[in-house]
Ligand binder design. Structure first.
Ligand code: SF4
Length: 413
């Protein structure tokens, strides 16, 4: 029996909305689902200005193309400006101000926290589309250290080789988090290893690999510590034109299809400036600027602050219940581990590409505020956009690069 002491990450509990001091808003430009209980409360407000506003401010999900359910019963009817009708000139929420926190719908009350309970342990992560959440996660040098020192003892039976994958959730997650923080490897190499691990687990779950889960975990830990996979990953070249094309195509699709905030425009303008993008610029000249920005500004900054991108990935692992996904434990979830891996690395590849361009534009002034703004706005416009993963994946499939080789080409510089 192995005893694993796990700490419940507490950073999400420390989040506190900064209200009118926030440089963005959580509701502008989005479709915000309203649960049925909250909708009923708003429909039963006493007569008055707020009730009149409420009467005009919701769209029932069943009236549109969406299928209504108790958690997605209606949506706020956003104004043409993209703002919520309850958002005041003072940049505050009128429902919160006039009725109190208990009247917020589930989405507004919990955002940007993403909470779940696994084996009785409450956990989760934060949506980095909120600037304050992005600061809290990215700039924390000790994200996983519990201030209270509270931990949970998890026991798992290493001899129980016939259990389903779900039984080994905690040691699998511990391995993923350890790997992300293992600075003996470059970050792209850690992701390559994580992708390899996900593929092997998936093969095992499908019966294509004859090995027990404890056996696979032990093989993998040993391969990581002896650097046994280093030669294989070093053979995969970086592909900077692919990385740039990936960023250009996905941002172009997003810009053409939806409302883009001024903050996102600022980031995209900086990226274009950093890589020297213009109608007449050749791909070769842009690749050269991209490579230069990486070497001169991006890489030195993240060598001094290695925890920032690690924290992004740690938060993604916790939030997305990697590698099982939200359907933790379902038979289907167990077979889609490589998809869960892609869900983490594809947005990361876009964010990294944009950060390199922004670093090129800012030069020696490139700083953590630039990183927070780039990650937060990119997260908001891409990770919350339901077609993003499909479009990113389709682009890789088109070139036969939806595999470890292709993903590594996107991640390595
Ligand atoms: S984005 Fe975050 S900090 Fe800003 S108003 Fe929303 S919850 Fe508060």
């Amino acid at each position: 029996m192995r005893h694993t002491k796990i700490f419940r990450p507490e950073y999400a509990d420390n989040f506190s909305c900064i209200g009118s001091a926030c440089e963005d808003t959580c509701c502008a430009g989005w479709t915000v689902p309203v649960d049925e209980a909250s909708y009923r409360k708003y429909s039963n407000l006493p007569d008055g200005p707020l009730r009149s506003l409420a009467n005009a401010s919701f769209l029932l999900a069943s009236d549109g193309t969406e299928k209504a359910n108790a958690t997605h019963f209606a949506t706020f009817r956003m104004l043409p400006s993209g703002f919520c009708p309850f958002f005041t000139e003072e940049r505050l929420c009128r429902i919160h101000m006039e009725l109190g926190e208990s009247y917020l719908c589930y989405t507004c009350a919990t955002y940007p926290r993403y909470v779940h309970t696994i084996d009785g342990v409450k956990g989760g992560g934060l949506w980095l589309s909120c600037p304050e959440a992005a600061r809290l996660v990215l700039l924390n040098r000790n994200l996983l250290v519990s201030a209270s020192g509270r931990g949970y003892q998890m026991n798992w039976d290493e001899t129980a080789t016939d259990q389903p994958l779900r039984f080994y959730f905690w040691p699998i997650r511990a391995l993923a988090l350890d790997l992300i923080q293992n600075r003996k490897y470059a970050l792209w190499q850690r992701l390559f290893l994580l992708g390899t691990f996900s593929r092997r687990l998936e093969a095992l779950a499908r019966g294509e690999l004859k090995r027990s889960v404890p056996g696979l975990l032990s093989d993998f830990e040993s391969a990581v510590s002896t650097q046994g996979l280093r030669t294989a990953m070093e053979k995969i070249p970086a592909n900077l034109p692919l990385q740039l094309e990936f960023v250009f195509r996905l941002t172009a699709q997003r810009v053409n299809n939806a409302h883009i905030s001024p903050r996102m425009h600022e980031v995209l303008d900086a990226f274009c400036e950093g890589v020297g993008h213009s109608r007449t610029a050749t791909i070769e000249s842009q690749v050269a600027r991209y490579a230069d920005a990486y070497t001169r500004f991006f890489s030195p900054f993240f060598s001094r602050h290695p925890y920032i991108l690690e924290n992004y990935l740690i938060n993604a692992v916790l939030r997305e219940v990697f590698p099982f996904g939200p359907d933790l434990g379902s038979a289907q979830g167990e077979q889609e581990l490589t998809k869960e891996f892609a869900k983490i690395v594809l947005p990361f590849a876009v964010i990294k590409g944009l950060l390199i361009g922004v670093a090129g534009a800012r030069g020696r002034k490139f700083c953590s505020a630039d990183v927070v703004e780039t990650v937060q706005t990119t997260f908001k416009h891409f990770e919350h956009y339901r077609h993003f993963l499909l479009e990113a994946h389709a682009m890789l499939v088109e070139r036969n690069l939806d595999n470890a080789y292709g993903l590594t080409m996107l991640l390595r510089n």
